[in-house]
Design a protein around this ligand. Structure first.
Ligand code: NAD
Ligand code: USQ
Length: 396
């Protein structure tokens, strides 16, 4: 297949591009490199030394003989160029990673809220409108988030996208399936909830074939392909805005920084290893919906964990100290989370779990590059409200 990987220079997009290229697909990365600009804005850099996207593609060709092409394009701001690009390249599948993905960044200031909504909603909508206009019948696979559900399983497992409901009508009760009600906890997660509505409309109105992957928090750094050469190494975010919780705990342990648990650490979240992410995308591609079918929704996660349990696990492995900090986020202090992921298991996913020793591999990566960590960028300082901001410990 000819596959467009939108946002293919990012943390999940790059290993996905390599994985699909290795499988023999013709891969085109489309990215505006905004994530690299945000690093400059925040004064941070990836834990791992990342080469330019052009250099990464050159090394991949040198190592494997396979070509990945890079196209500099802003999905949110360059609608006409996007349309032309699709008309010229006619991809069979489009994988859409190209959004601002950090909840804390999206809550930083009003400017960051506006940027996140403009970028994410326009990127998704421009893509949908351009697919219709060019008449390209590509399978669109979008990376969504578990966060659209709001993390509470209210006593029953969270289904994959749709909820069975019974509505009382004058002629008696009627069974229906509706999109699971969204309950986003940040501006970023809100944009993913809006994406869902855009997908629903374009699938029903224009017959676009769409799969939305509600992904949990990704941990890890290597995949089989990124290991092949030092210069193919993946991005690894550790700062207070972009670093995700488990990856942050692992680098904190590596530099003797206390593990920064927000509040009591009773938040339960869904997780997935990076290697499983790329495999799930491969599986989703192999099982495309038919025109006229409703949006297919998968829960792309493999296990759930409580934040304080993760901290204890990392502390046990490394001897790090756990520190409970005032939570800068407005979120439930404690929640249960049970999630269904039957569809990927049925397609053959064999999940990697935290218990399988891969954690120590990430600790090795963190130790190897510890000299690149700026300790002043470790605290999470973006707050959900002014009141919460006033309580932040900026130097734990
Ligand atoms: P990332 O920030 O590392 O990568 C996103 C890429 O998209 C970047 O290279 C960025 O430059 C590009 N991009 C952003 N806006 C663009 C635009 N307007 N035009 C062109 N390119 C643009 O993020 P990631 O961690 O790789 O996440 C990828 C996707 O997966 C995101 O949509 C995110 O919401 C979703 N996701 C990520 C995680 C996670 O833990 N990392 C978990 C669940 C879902
Ligand atoms: N947390 C801590 N200490 C930290 C960092 C985070 O206790 O140092 C807590 C947070 O308060 C939160 C939980 O850990 O309760 C998860 O935070 P996170 O930053 O790891 O994840 P989140 O903000 O939810 O976002 C990440 C990705 C996002 C993706 C989402 C999947 O950045 O792109 O959509 O995970 S999910 O959480 O399933 O919605």
């Amino acid at each position: 297949m000819r596959i467009a990987v939108l946002g293919g220079d990012g943390f999940v997009g790059w290993p996905t591009s390599l994985h699909l290229s290795e499988l023999g697909h013709e891969v085109h990365i489309v990215d505006n490199l905004s994530r690299r600009w945000i690093d400059a804005e925040l004064g941070v850099q990836s834990l791992t030394p990342m080469d330019s996207i052009q250099e990464r593609c050159r090394i991949w060709k040198q190592e494997t003989g396979r070509q990945i092409r890079f196209h500099l394009l802003d999905l949110a701001k360059e609608y006409e160029r996007l349309k032309q690009w699709l008309a010229d390249h006619k991809p069979d599948a489009v994988i859409h990673f190209a959004e601002q993905r950090a909840a804390p960044y999206s809550m930083k200031t009003d400017r960051h809220k506006v940027y996140t909504v403009d970028n994410n909603v326009n990127a998704t909508h421009n893509l949908l409108a351009a697919l219709v206009e060019t008449g390209i019948d590509a399978h669109l696979v979008h990376l969504g988030t578990m966060g659209v559900y709001g993390y509470s399983s209210v006593g029953a497992p969270i289904p994959e996208g749709y909820l069975d409901v019974q509505i009382d009508t004058p002629s008696g009760p009627k069974d229906q399936q509706i999109l699971y009600p969204t309950r986003p906890g940040s501006i970023y997660h809100m944009t993913k909830s809006l994406d869902q509505i855009l997908f629903q409309f374009y699938a029903q109105n224009d017959g676009l074939r769409i799969t939305d992957l509600h992904q949990g928090i990704v941990w890890g750094t290597h995949t089989d392909q990124t290991r092949r050469h030092e210069q193919l190494i993946n991005r690894f975010d550790y700062d207070g805005d972009y670093g995700t919780v488990l990856n942050r705990f692992l680098i904190q342990a590596a530099i003797g920084y206390p593990l920064t648990v927000h509040g009591s650490g009773g938040q339960t979240r869904a997780f997935i290893h990076l290697q499983d992410c790329v495999r799930c995308i491969e599986l989703a591609l192999s099982d495309a919906p038919k025109p006229g079918e409703r949006v297919r929704i998968f829960n792309q996660m493999t296990e759930t964990h409580r934040v304080r349990d993760l901290a204890q696990m990392v502390a046990g492995m490394t001897g790090a100290r756990v520190l409970n900090l005032p939570n800068p986020r407005k979120e439930a202090a404690e929640n249960d989370l049970i999630v269904r992921n039957d569809q990927f298991l049925a397609l053959g996913l064999n999940p990697i779990t935290l218990q399988e020793g891969l954690l120590s591999e990430v600790v090795e990566v963190a130790r190897k590059y510890a000299h690149r960590i700026d300790r002043s960028r470790v605290p999470a300082v973006s707050a959900w409200t002014r009141d919460l901001g006033a309580r932040i410990d900026r130097n734990p």
